[in-house]
Ligand binder design. Sequence first.
Ligand code: UDP
Length: 401
Amino acid sequence: MTASSPRRVMTIFGTRPEVIKLAPVIHELQKRSQEFQVTNVASGQHTELLDPFVKLFDLPIHHRLDVFTPGQSLNTLCGRMVAALDPILEMIAPEVVLVQGDTTSALAGALAAFHRRIPVGHVEAGLRSGDPARPFPEEMNRRLITRLAQWHFAATPRNRRNLLAEGIDRGSIAVTGNPVVDALKTILHRHQRSPRLSDLLTRTQGMRRLVVTTHRRENLGHEMATNLQVLAEFVEQHSDVALIFPVHPNPAVQQTAREVLAGRERVWLTEPLDYLDFIGLLADSWLIASDSGGIQEEAPTLGKPLLVLRDVTERPEAVECGIARLVGGSPQRLRAALNDMYWQRENSFHAVPNPFGQGDSGPRIVQALADFLRLPTPLPEGFDLGSKQGTMRAPARSAPI
Ligand code: UDP
C-alpha cells in the first residue's frame, strides 16, 4: 500500500483497561506511519490511575481533557467529555475515531465523533451480558456504541454473532482477538518488579496468595461488603492464605475495603499497582477473585483460576475454557467456591489457549481498519441520505492509504 498522505486516526481513552487495550493498536498505527497518523486523546476519566500505564506503554498524549471532578454524576462526566472533545475533533478532523470497550469515555468519544459525522471504529465490540443493567453502565454503553459505530472489531466469534443478532452488517465486523492479550504477552516478557512488589512477595512467601480486585459500580455497597466479608473469613480460617487487594481509588471502594479488611492478619491492602507489578503478582498468585472484565481475559494466558464476583458475564469464553467460575449473587456461592479451590488436591490449572486472542490483535485491528477504509463508507443505520444534514464524510473508494 502506498500513501500520499496518511489517514488521520484519533484514539480516545480514559481508564487503565482502555490504555492497556489500545496500546497495541496505537503501536501498530505508529509502525504504519506511512498510512496512518495517530492523535491520542486522554479523556481525563481516571487521571491518577492512567499515567503509569501511559508511561509504561510509552504512548504520546496529544490532548488531555480536564473534565474530572470527584463525585460528579455519569451525566455530568459524559456531557463534559462530549463538549470538551468537540473542538479537538473540529481542529484535527480525524477520518476515523477509535474507541475501546464500554466506558463513559468510549461512549462520549463515539457520540462526539458521530455528531461530527466522523466514522467510529469500536475495539472490543459485541460483548453482551444480556442484562442492560449489569455491568452498569457498561452493558448499555456497549450497546449504544454499537449503534454509533461504523466498524466493529470483535474479539471472538461469539462477539461477532452478538452483533449480527442485532442486525449489524456483517461486512462491517472483523474478528480480531482482544489486544489485551498482546499487551499481557509483552509485559510477561519484561519480568521487572518494583521494590514494592518484591517486598510484598517476600512477606507472603510460601503462602497461597489470593489476589482480589473489585470496584464495579453495581457491586458497590452491600454486595461488595458481603463479598469482602466472606473473603476475610476464609483468610481467617486458613493460616496459609494471604489476601492481597490493590484497592481502586474510588472513595466508596476505599471505605468498604477499610471497614471490612483493615487491620486483619494476612491481609494486604495496597494502592492500585502498575501493570508490570499487577501481572507479576497475578503470575505468582494461587487464586484470583475479581469483578474485573480485563482480568477474565488475562487469566487464561496466566493459567490462574479466577472467581468472578458477578452473577452474569459478558465474557462466557473465560468460563467455558475452564479458568473462570461465576460466584456472584450469594455469599454461599463464593464461600463454596473458595473451599473447593482450597481443598483441591492438586492445582489442576495451567495456561490454556486464550479464547480472547493470540497476541496479534493490534496488527489485525489495524489491517482490518485499513481494509475498511478502502471501502465506500456505509451510512449509519437510520441516517437519511436525503436530509438537509448532508452526507457523512467518507473516504473515497479509491483513496489510497
Ligand atoms: N490492573 C492493574 N493494576 C491493578 C488492578 C488491575 O494493572 O491494581 C489491570 C488488570 O490487569 C486489567 C485491568 O487493569 O488489565 C483491569 O482494569 P479494571 O478492573 O479497572 O477494568 P475492567 O477490566 O473491569 O474494565
